[in-house]
Design a protein around this ligand. Structure first.
Ligand SMILES: *Cc1c(COP(=O)(O)O)cnc(C)c1O
Length: 470
């Protein structure tokens, strides 16, 4: 009891904390009233904690401890909620961590357009109005071999727009045929059947989950059939007794019945990773060659650019999309467009693309390169007292619902310290100024250097050192 009273008396005064070096250092962007409020809150919290017997020693209520908490609290408001983190998971297209990283050239393009006026919808030759879609149509066609192209916000919007142009407003019977094996759900609640329902088009599911034959499509074609839809099962594979109809067969069937064939390709791979021994994903160029009428894919998956939905295909269809009112609702933003154009330009030289587009260079990193990289980080970590590191062979992933069966070889750094559990260590890493997101697996904490920039190694080592040595 006595101790409680003494602790309460020992609590620092508001003015003492206000004059503490840590608080004096806070820059002008944080209002003084906010700092004082934070000091009061922190002191009150400590008082309550003492009364509840949660704090029983002086170490927990020093001016230093309270000033640190105040600084954190007060600066929170001026800090961004959306902020950069270090992805140490080895998952290249980590959906929760923002999918694709942009190439330097794309970043520069975004910055240029962000704080200056631009030709977004302006034609420099005529001095009149231009179209935002024209900036990249030719480029997309050149790279993919398609006739025509248009871009929207994301691939989900692309699929909606495609379905919307297939269906006449008044036609409540309009149908699209799709295989039961391809009724895909993509993380973040994109479900093919739900999207189709929104568009008002009737979904005619054919075949079985594991097997769909060409005759399943053929037997279901009727007067109301507006299209045959193929959806790339980007994020899963049906293995075993399974069969799907390939795109070429569907295109032939569509031609015979004068019905367009649509392909939701998902990822939008422009660089042939399979030829480098990684996965067996078809490229966009291959899909175009089959003669599909309309193809759509994402900008921020394997393509490695900004969030966008790219629609390519026959001129007559794309022209209809360009006139559809939904295009305005799904309009692509200028910053997105800048990043997309800059990234697509890199693809004119595929070797350069492999080097300059982060998604590709990370996926293509060889085991040898990764070993060298691991060595550099491991060397820094070995100097840290009370930290045990071991190297283990493991796997990373492409992620983002792309190439689910591909296991990217990885040399993982496992971290251990007697000071805390791996869960606590992971939590502390997430609490760093720039959060470090590590992978917890089988009760171990791993860093996978595939997705870490070498320029972050020193920072990572300093964070870990301060966590385990203090
Ligand atoms: C990822 C994906 C989508 C959704 O694309 P977003 O760009 O995230 O909207 C749709 N279809 C398939 C097959 C996908 O893989």
């Amino acid at each position: 009891m006595n101790n409680k009273q003494e602790l309460l008396r020992a609590l620092p005064k508001v003015d003492d904390v206000l004059n503490h070096q840590l608080i004096v250092e806070i820059d002008d962007s944080v209002a003084r009233s906010l700092i004082i409020e934070a000091i009061r809150t922190e002191i009150d919290n400590k008082r309550q904690a003492i009364l509840n017997n949660e704090v029983t020693d002086y170490q927990a209520i020093t001016e230093n401890v309270i000033a640190l908490a105040v600084k954190k609290r007060a600066c929170k408001d001026s800090e961004m909620n959306l902020k950069a983190v270090i992805n140490a998971t080895g998952v290249v297209l980590h959906t929760n961590l923002g999918r694709a990283l942009l190439a330097d050239k794309a970043v520069k393009a975004v910055t240029d357009i962000a704080n200056q006026y631009s030709t977004l919808e302006f034609d420099l030759e005529t001095g009149g109005r231009g179209k935002r879609y024209d900036h990249i149509e030719e480029l997309i066609c050149k790279i993919t071999g398609a006739e025509s192209a248009v871009v929207v916000n994301n691939n989900a919007a692309a699929v909606m727009l495609i379905l919307a142009v297939l269906k006449d407003k008044a036609d409540s019977q309009a149908e699209v045929i799709v295989s039961r094996g391809e009724l895909v759900e993509i993380g973040g609640s994109f479900r093919v059947p739900d999207v189709m329902e929104q568009s008002g088009i009737v979904l005619r599911e054919v075949g079985a989950t594991n097997k769909t034959h060409l005759r399943d499509y053929e037997n279901n074609i009727n007067f109301n059939t507006k299209a045959l839809l193929k959806v790339h099962t980007s994020n899963y594979r049906i293995i075993g007794f399974a069969e799907e109809v390939d795109l070429t067969e569907m295109v032939n069937l569509g031609k015979a019945h004068n019905i367009p064939v649509i392909y939701d390709l998902g990822s939008g791979l422009l660089y042939d990773l399979a030829s480098k021994g990684i996965g067996d994903e078809d490229t966009v160029q291959m899909a175009v060659k089959t003669g599909a009428d309309i193809i759509s894919f994402s900008g921020d998956k394997l393509l490695g650019a900004s969030q966008a939905g790219i629609i390519i295909g026959k001129k007559e269809w794309i022209a209809k999309m360009k006139k559809h009112p939904l295009l305005r609702a799904f309009r692509i933003d200028k910053l997105t467009l800048a990043a997309l154009e800059a990234t697509l330009k890199i693809y004119s030289d595929l070797d350069r693309a492999a080097e300059e587009i982060p998604v590709l260079s990370m996926i293509l990193a060889s085991e040898e390169e990764l070993r060298l990289k691991v060595k550099k980080l491991a060397t820094l970590l070995r100097d840290i007292d009370k930290l045990t590191i071991t190297l283990e062979n493991g796997f990373g992933q492409v992620g983002g619902g792309s190439m689910p069966t591909v296991k990217l070889p990885a040399v993982l750094i496992a971290l251990k310290t007697e000071k805390m559990t791996v869960q606590t260590l992971a939590e502390q890493l997430r609490g760093a100024d720039r959060a470090i997101i590590a992978r917890i697996q089988n009760d171990s904490l791993y860093l996978d250097v595939r997705t870490i920039a070498e320029s972050d190694f020193a920072y990572i080592a300093s964070v870990i050192k301060s966590i385990v040595e203090n």
